[in-house]
Write a protein that binds this ligand. Sequence first.
Ligand SMILES: Nc1ncnc2c1ncn2[C@@H]1O[C@H](COP(=O)(O)OP(=O)(O)OP(=O)(O)O)[C@@H](O)[C@H]1O
Ligand SMILES: [Mg+2]
Length: 353
Amino acid sequence: VSSLAGALASRRVVVVAGSGGVGKTTSSAALAMALARRGLRVCVLTVDPARRLASALGLDLNEGTARVVNGPWSGSLTAVQLDAGRTFDGLLERYGASAETVSTIRRNPIYKSLAGALGGTQEYMAVERVYELSSSGNYDIVVIDTPPTRNAVELLDAPERLLNFLTHPIVRALLVPTKFSLRAASLATSAVTRTIGTVVGHDLVNDVVSFFQAFGSLHDGFVERARSVRDLLGDETTGYVLVTTPRGDALEETRWFANQLERRGVRANGVIVNRVHPRFTDRDPESLPFAGGTLGVHLDNLRDIERAARRDRAAVSVLSGFDPDVVVAEIPWQAEPLTDVDALDNVARSYLA
Ligand SMILES: Nc1ncnc2c1ncn2[C@@H]1O[C@H](COP(=O)(O)OP(=O)(O)OP(=O)(O)O)[C@@H](O)[C@H]1O
Ligand SMILES: [Mg+2]
């Protein structure tokens, strides 16, 4: 049986998903280290608003900037925190007809509210950033840490949603550059516009007109890019890892998410079962003796832990029995919080490498 890092080493992108608090951020960081231990140039991207990755890596990640994390690996590890706004700006620059157009769009209040209103923009920008990092040539593999499960599904659907918006007939009609530049120009001066302007304010009308004028030239680039981003998520070089705990509710969510993936034609390649109770005895917990005093307290603790460990093991074996192609890795409860590079690397080396 190969290790999780071994099973994922040939991928270009690894999406790490799971429900809230199960250990996605911790697992992505440790997995990234295990991959770096295999000599790969690894980038780990977090969209975690709590910025736990940054603190776990002992970094003060400025939003959007990449930081090299040093450690005992033969490859390299770079950590990046997602800045959705800056990623959007990067896209504008990429497709902007001119620096002037870009700054016109950036200053435009319609752009600001559109960027926020396009629900899922955050998710889209996350996958957009993965695409950018992955195609930069600087990394062999990009690991992406995600917000809780239901958002991770939004992340999967984000490119399609943006495409639906951009290719919607009404939006197309407004944005198609050549036709609309003329239309917008005449619109700006038309009697109708002036009348509307007196009601909603001339500034707003001008904003709308100039936004669509400027954005029109970017439309085709955005559509093409969103298609590439969508294709990357479904590509066979993209792997999926589900993080769960051995608890019933987390396992339930994991199953739900695996179904969501399947519906979209992708399969999970690995599962990380985090916070598995460690084992301290081979004895049946029910056969442990009872006693008074301090010894009795210790025996009670041992019994409780071993019962929990057996429940956990049953849950793990159900998961392992699902699909022989899916690598199931376990990470035990750690006595010390996983708050620095050494502790994370220890997990990487012991359970994922
Ligand atoms: N195996 C473990 N043993 C002990 N502590 C752990 C373990 N795994 C994670 N933790 C701790 O649990 C906390 C939550 O972990 P983490 O931030 O990785 O979860 P998450 O799934 O990313 O949460 P969120 O959904 O909020 O993003 C962190 O403080 C982390 O250090
Ligand atoms: Mg997290």
